[in-house]
Design a binder for this molecule. Structure first.
Ligand SMILES: Nc1ncnc2c1ncn2[C@@H]1O[C@H](COP(=O)(O)OP(=O)(O)OP(=O)(O)O)[C@@H](O)[C@H]1O
Length: 374
């Protein structure tokens, strides 16, 4: 009989061909009547990855997760898991464990019985179940809570029981639907790192739905950014943050200044009433009107008389840094700059002061209206 320590070792999750993806989704579409919730989704998830579906409410994250589980079958398209076509299979014939936002534990069963539930369904013998549950509860730091009922546990504890229950039968795939969003901020941050460490240790391929960008950036190996039923970008957290593929991704993930600019000539853009000079190679891509994106932390301020001149409209103290609201003549939107207190002191930053503003070229992105990144 295999003990859980062995059963939960990474080997269990890496015993398939390394070159074969865990999940391949192709041309997946989901209709609810006339409404298309998912449009032609293509996505490949590698063995052992933690992938987050990130996007605003209603973008289709949960629908895609439910399609993978077979809980809300797709209208068209295919899902292949470890080389097996599962598109038409009912949930019970697929290989996954799932954790929902609302813990969904059986309220009338103890912690032990909740975790043992799937193992009993598999008709495993009593001693084997006992060993597995004990090891899972130890892994979740819940030893001693076996006899408690869900109502006697905190939200974070209930979610760890739900996770233990989902992992008990050693699923190939772990599906997490906003598992942390019902928890208070402190517990959420703690459980986030615990879950990530556990996922790494077990190597279990995991798909997590979240609308919390910080959660996705801190936990995911790759993020799938969704909007209106389509995938806008798939990439590592750093790729998504540094090279957002569209204006939507640029604004949805992190803070971003977006400015309307007009091409004057190669290497020169009109921004408000001023000229923004940048390398020709940068500005050659789109012509005419475009949107320039720069993150607030990339904007630098100085007392120089050269470069873009802006007026300090407001300074907010945000603890680790100052958020400076800048007004640029001819620009409707304020431009934000996040700078350290030390940098603010160096230029004796004050409201109504005129400052010179610089955008490092490597931090600038250009988006045509409604298009993708240049
Ligand atoms: N059973 C259903 N019948 C009709 N429309 C549905 C159904 N389920 C989902 N939808 C619609 O499909 C779209 C995507 O829903 P989904 O729940 O996948 O969004 P989501 O990105 O997970 O949002 P949230 O973060 O709010 O849960 C929404 O517009 C939703 O109203």
């Amino acid at each position: 009989m295999q003990s859980l320590t062995a059963a939960l070792s990474p080997d269990v999750y890496t015993n398939t061909s390394a070159s074969q993806p865990h999940l391949s989704i192709a041309g997946l579409t989901k209709q609810f009547g006339d409404f298309t919730a998912l449009k032609q989704i293509d996505l490949t998830i590698q063995e052992g990855e933690l992938v987050c579906f990130l996007g605003p409410s209603g973008c289709g994250k949960t629908t895609l997760l439910r399609a993978i589980a077979g809980l809300a079958p797709q209208s068209s398209g295919s899902i292949v898991q470890r080389g097996r076509e599962v598109s038409a299979l009912p949930p019970q014939a697929r290989d996954f464990g799932i954790v929902f936002q609302s813990y969904a534990l059986f309220p009338n069963l103890t912690v032990y019985d909740n975790v043992a539930y799937g193992l009993r369904n598999q008709r495993q013998d009593r001693q084997q179940i006992r060993t597995r549950v004990a090891e899972l509860l130890s892994l979740m730091e819940l030893t001693g809570s076996e006899g408690k009922y869900p109502a006697a546990l905190s939200g974070g504890q209930q979610q760890r029981v739900a996770l233990a229950r989902a992992l008990a039968t050693e699923p190939g795939l772990l599906l997490l639907d906003e598992p942390l969003s019902a928890l208070d901020a402190r517990v959420r941050v703690h459980l986030r790192s615990q879950m990530k460490a556990l996922q790494r240790r077990l190597g279990v391929t995991t798909v997590m739905v979240t609308h919390d960008q910080e959660e996705a950036l801190t936990m995911a190996d790759r993020i799938v950014v969704m909007n209106h039923g389509v995938i806008e970008q798939v990439g590592t957290p750093a790729e998504i943050y540094q090279y957002p593929a569209s204006e939507f991704v640029a604004t949805f993930v992190g803070s971003m200044n977006l400015m309307d600019v007009t091409s004057k000539s190669a290497g020169s853009w009109q921004l408000g009433r001023q000229q923004l000079i940048c390398p020709k190679s940068f500005s050659e891509a789109p012509s005419g009107h475009a949107r320039l994106a720069v993150r607030p932390e990339a904007v630098t301020l100085s007392k120089s008389q050269e470069g873009l001149q802006a007026d300090v409209a407001n300074v907010e103290f945000l603890g680790a840094f100052l958020r400076v609201h800048l007004h640029l003549e001819g620009c409707d939107q304020p431009i934000l700059a996040d700078i350290s207190s030390r940098d603010a002191q160096a230029i004796s930053l004050d409201v109504n002061q005129r400052v010179s503003m610089c955008f490092p070229v490597e931090a600038m992105r250009l988006y045509p209206a409604g298009g993708s990144a240049a």
